[in-house]
Design a protein around this ligand. Sequence first.
Ligand code: ZN
Length: 324
Amino acid sequence: MQSAQTMALNELKNIREARNAELERRRAELRGISSEYAAIESGLQRAGNNLLRSVLNGGKDFDRIKDFIQTKQREKTALLRGLDLPADYLDEKYNCEICRDTGFDDEGKKCACLKELTAKFTIVNSNMSEMMKGQTFENFDLSLFSPVPDTSGKAELEIARSAMDKAKNFADNIENGGNVLLKGGIGTGKTYLSSCIANRVLDMGKTVYYETAYKLCELLENIHFEKGDAEYLDHAASVKKYAEDVDLLIIDDLGTEFQTQFTAAALFDLFNTRLMRKKPTVISTNLGLDELNNNYSSRFISRIIGEYTIIPTVSRDLRRKKYE
Ligand SMILES: [Zn+2]
């Protein structure tokens, strides 16, 4: 997996190459239909070389060569007009005039277009679905939750608001590290809250990687047992590295992976690597603490309890409520 900036620079390179190829195609086309154009082009090329030589030789014949170039350019414009082509038919046209699609301005600073493209690819690298990209704190709909306390004395609305506030606080202070365990039954908004956190952190210009525990474990297993061809394994290794290095890792639905001794150890390693590097992780699970205890090592669980802020989500199926 390439970094977002590498992907952005590659895209700019593709833009430049496509433009050059199109310009070359147009020139060749014109040379084919107009010998006058071919003569102008080679005249301009020679004059360009002469101008450079003149500059190196202290400016001898500089003005004469410049006049010649201007004359040839006027002839070229007239010729294009005669062929009913726009005057800028052979000009280099840039998507970004500031950096001429190189990604860097004249002072060598990153251009705004490079930053924008990098942000776009950071979102691509986040592995979030289109639906998740729209799940934000701003769109969080508290009206889904009942304000009436249940038998335990707590209202859904209260739990949901508290979960949202804690998640928001975590996202806004991502610089300070910390980790979150979102805990609640199926369909209680864990993935939604994960997306809210992810989108907020992406907005800050940080990198995020989202994956389900199921798919992440499959990947870790494939790497470990060398399942797949060389190209796939290369890619898988780079995804694993990204999961270790990314500013925020989100692992959805811990407990739904195919559980083996290997997957439990591999997940523990990943969590531990990130803890040691002080890189924040969000885990969501519908397992209770007892089930977590049964399914994973006590070392694993004590790490989670010690280092993660546990955020309970509303214990009811929100997906069902929509249809009620
Ligand atoms: Zn630019």
